[in-house]
Design a protein around this ligand. Sequence first.
Ligand code: DGJ
Length: 725
Amino acid sequence: MPIVFDSEKRVFKLDTAASSYVIELYDENYILNTYYGAKIPDMGPVGREKRRPNASFSLANPVIGENGFTPDTAPMEYGCNGAADFRISALAVRNANGDSVTDIRYTGHKIYPGKPEIPGQPSTYANPGDGAETLELYAADAVTGVRVTLYYTVFSNYSVMTRRVRIENASEKVFEIERAFSLCVDLPSMEYDMITLYGRHCSERNVERRALAHGVQGVESKRGVSGHCQNPFAALAERNAGEEHGDVYGFNLVYSGNFSALAECDFNCTTRFIMGINPVDFGWKLAPGESFDTPEAVMVFSREGLGGMSRIFHRFYSNNLIRGRWKTEKRPLLINSWEAAYFDFDTEKLAAFAKEAKELGFDMLVMDDGWFGKRNDDTTSLGDWFVNEEKLPGGLAPLIERVNAEGLKFGIWYEPEMISPDSELFRAHPDWHVHVDGREPMLGRNQYVLDVSREDVRENIWRQMYRVLSENRIDYVKWDFNRNISDAGSAILPPDRKKEFFHRFILGTYDLMNRLVTTFPDILFENCSGGGGRFDPAMLSFSPQIWTSDNTDPIDRLYIQFGTSMCYPASTMGAHVSACPRTGYETKGNVAMWGTFGYELDPRKLTEKERGIVRAQVAEYHETYDLIRNGDLYRLVSPFENAYRAVWEIVSPEKDRAMLTLVTMRREFCANLTVKLRGLDPDRFYKNETTGEVCSGALLMNAGLQLSRAAERDGESCVVKFSAV
Ligand code: DGJ
């Protein structure tokens, strides 16, 4: 039983495969979080000090009296605003009286197998055999009628818990939620480093590590999307934890909108961590009887450092987040027209790409931006989702027939949540874009954001998309989102609900995406946002792969892919070989092979030699497909820590195959390079498929592999594969 309640001790224990999480009910029904860490057999109370030194004369509950308990210092399970817990609050509700004192106490609970969905929002799911169990912990504020359900699902075959919160209005008056975080964890020390992923367009998800300090610190997005600049991910790692050792807590929010991930270290040197919707520009009115659901947060605990944490995220997301046909079915190897032609294409050019692509062994041609309205550059036509017949005479059908005749599948690009001021849609509906009255909204890439929080707007876009997708043989959709949301406002939201806009926008996006995946379950769906600006678990629940970055330079990609791999598996990372000149095609292929793999270049321009390399890569793609998608990742040498090279290894779940890739970013003079492999079976023997040498897993992991003479020059790379004998 992964979740147990000891009614005498009034303690809940939630066990995953490798972690325990203990919740205690204290005097006056306070809910306390007294342990989260490596698995323990005890039921508790686990002895965490609930009465710690006070700030000054800390405020105490008069009923509990003199024993010194105060919410100011206690490890509160879901810290609320205004009732003597002064740390960052997970919940704040402004009630009809105008105050925002919120004080929730335990009222009951329910434990049951499986995991419920969140209405209207994406979330992870339980498969039969996962041993998933859910605890619903009920709490209420006796004065304001705020009712809270804390949801916890534990997975007994992973070291994973998920959390989320439902807030209900059980009063007779409207109240407004001002903050509603998805998780709140109180840890007994501040001896942690916080690891987050910062970036920008073309340089997404760089790994950054900093020591926690007293006060509040963290990352957030106010861009209307999870964004390029910070990912909704944070890890708290013990100070001495590294890539493969030490305790690490990983947190990831299943949300594509404005988020906040904050840690506060208080005067007692303890840490509170909260993650959820960014309270800036957020508010939600709740009428009597209504409820509000937060997004879900995923919590991973690893004793095996950041690498262990990543491997848990990867397995969990591959099995319990990605859904639909393409979760398990082999995905087609595609060539995308963007870097090959940008807006400059027509039926003849695309048909020529398809012919070449077929010869090279690819499976699908994707027609990127530029096929609709009057779109010949990025100044027009978003919102006009009908075919540009000047480029594609007769529509899509003649092109798709020619592509299919080559034996290739066909994919198409959309940017459904956008509108160009120069479009038929804008001329017909000049109030459908995101804007506030009296203010000229900012343009981003010459476009406005379409107000998909509105049902009528979504309906229009959906109908346009449905027509194209249902009338043509389309196997793949790339869904782009190329600007952030400024001037946030919707023409139909009243002033007292304007703060709901950002969240309503994301719910609208989810609704549209859900229609796509449920109406066209066979379509392979790839997310994108000006490269990797919306690379988050919410998008992954709709699309099994996301375009990782517009930067296809293989050296820059090392950083991007190392960072992205912190929590997202290889099968999700869109990665293409392009014409980018910095390295040869071998290295471009070796780097892209770590992701979904594909091409983004004009195949007619490849030389005979390059065509030979590409054909070999296609064969390699098929040969290593299962290993890369199902294997465990070991980041052996990180480009964030080494100026010369990056090395990663993928080991099959059965530990009978392994593949190591080394990329030399910059030549190290007289390098003496030995790389110790990881994750092999020490007692098995493995054949090095390059040299034919046979060595034990123990030797490869302890003595290591000599690579001093491999990939010696800038931009060179090598792959060494091992198979158990
Ligand atoms: C940004 C994407 O990241 C690119 O791959 C491409 O689809 C362009 N948008 C098209 O406008």
